[in-house]
Ligand binder design. Structure first.
Ligand SMILES: [Zn+2]
Length: 287
C-alpha cells in the first residue's frame, strides 16, 4: 500500500531529526527545485519540527521566482527572493527587468536576487554576468530591497562593483560564502552580511572557513542550507537520496557555533534576529 508521496516521517532517520533550541531562519532554500516537487508539504513540516520556522525561498530566474512567490502565499513562514542567477545572465533583457521589478513589488518578495557573479563555471560570460548583476543592483536601489548575492571565484570583481554601488543599496548578503580572508574583510568593509552553509562541514574544502567564522561579526552572520545542494558531509547518519533540506539546518548551526566558540542557542538566536531585521520579516512570521 505504498503512498505515491513521502510522508512526514519516512525520509529522515531518527539521528537526523534535529531540533534547534531557538527558532531559525533558513535564508537560502531552493524549494522550487524539482527534487522537492513530490513531497514539499512534508519538507515544510519537517522544517517546522526542527524549529526552522522561517524559510526564504531563493528565486533564481523568473519562473522559479514566480513559483517561490506562489509558495510564500500558500504557506505561512515562507518568503521569496526574485532575481536572475549569474548562470542565466545571458538571458537578461529589458522585458525580464520589467518582470523582475514587478515581482519586487509583491509583498512576499523580501530581497532582490539571487544575482551576482560566478567565474567558477562561466555558464554565462563574465561580461553578461556583470551586465545582469548591475541591472539588478539598479532594481534593488530603486525598490530599496536588500540584495541576495551569489559569488563564486569572483571576489575581486564583486568587491569593485559593490564598492561603486554600496551607497545606493540598503543591505546585501553574500550567500554561501566560501571565499578567503581578504574577500571577507573586503565585504566587512562594505558592511555586507554573510550567509554560511554546510560548506564548513566538509573536511576536504571547508577548513579555511572554520577559522574565518570567528571573524564574521555576529550581527552580520546568517545561516542557510542552500538545499537541495550542499548536503553537510559530516551528518551523523546516511540520508537516502542525499537531498539536503531545511530540517537539517540545526546541524549546520551547531557546527558553526562550535567553530565560533559559541553555544548553539546563542548562535541560533543571533542569526535569527539578524535575518528578521535584514529581510524585514513581520514579527508574527514565526508560528
Ligand atoms: Zn548561490
Amino acid at each position: 500500500m505504498a503512498e505515491p508521496t513521502a510522508t512526514f516521517d519516512d525520509v529522515l532517520p531518527e539521528a537526523l531529526r534535529f531540533r534547534s533550541p531557538a527558532p531559525l531562519v533558513d535564508i537560502g532554500a531552493n524549494l522550487t527545485h524539482e527534487s522537492f516537487g513530490r513531497d514539499l508539504e512534508a519538507v515544510i513540516q519537517r522544517a517546522r519540527a526542527a524549529h526552522v520556522d522561517t524559510l526564504i525561498l531563493t528565486g533564481t530566474d523568473r519562473e522559479h521566482a514566480e513559483q517561490a512567490v506562489a509558495l510564500a502565499r500558500q504557506y505561512p513562514g515562507l518568503f521569496a527572493t526574485a532575481g536572475v542567477h549569474p548562470h542565466d545572465a545571458s538571458g537578461w533583457t529589458p522585458e525580464l527587468a520589467r518582470a523582475m521589478a514587478a515581482l519586487h513589488r509583491e509583498p512576499e518578495v523580501v530581497a532582490v536576487g539571487e544575482c551576482g557573479l560566478d567565474f567558477n563555471r562561466n555558464f554565462s560570460t563574465p561580461a553578461e554576468q556583470e551586465r545582469a548583476f548591475e541591472a539588478q543592483l539598479g532594481l534593488a536601489a530603486e525598490s530599496g530591497l536588500p540584495v541576495f548575492i551569489h559569488e563564486r571565484d569572483a571576489g575581486r570583481r564583486m568587491l569593485e562593483i559593490l564598492h561603486a554601488w554600496r551607497d545606493d543599496l540598503s543591505q546585501a548578503v553574500v550567500h554561501c560564502f566560501t571565499g578567503e580572508r581578504d574577500t571577507l574583510y573586503g565585504y566587512r568593509d562594505l558592511d555586507l552580511h554573510i550567509g554560511l552553509t554546510g560548506w564548513l562541514c566538509d573536511e576536504r574544502r571547508g577548513h579555511h572557513l572554520r577559522e574565518l567564522v570567528r571573524e564574521i561579526p555576529l550581527n552580520r552572520l546568517m545561516v542557510e542550507t542552500d538545499c537541495p545542494y550542499l548536503l553537510p558531509r559530516n551528518l551523523p547518519a546516511k540520508l537516502k537520496g542525499r537531498r539536503h533540506e531545511p530540517a537539517l539546518l540545526p546541524w549546520i548551526v551547531r557546527e558553526i557555533a562550535h567553530w565560533r566558540g559559541l553555544d548553539e542557542q546563542a548562535l541560533a538566536e543571533a542569526t535569527t534576529a539578524t535575518a528578521r531585521e535584514f529581510f524585514r520579516l513581520p514579527t508574527d512570521a514565526a508560528d
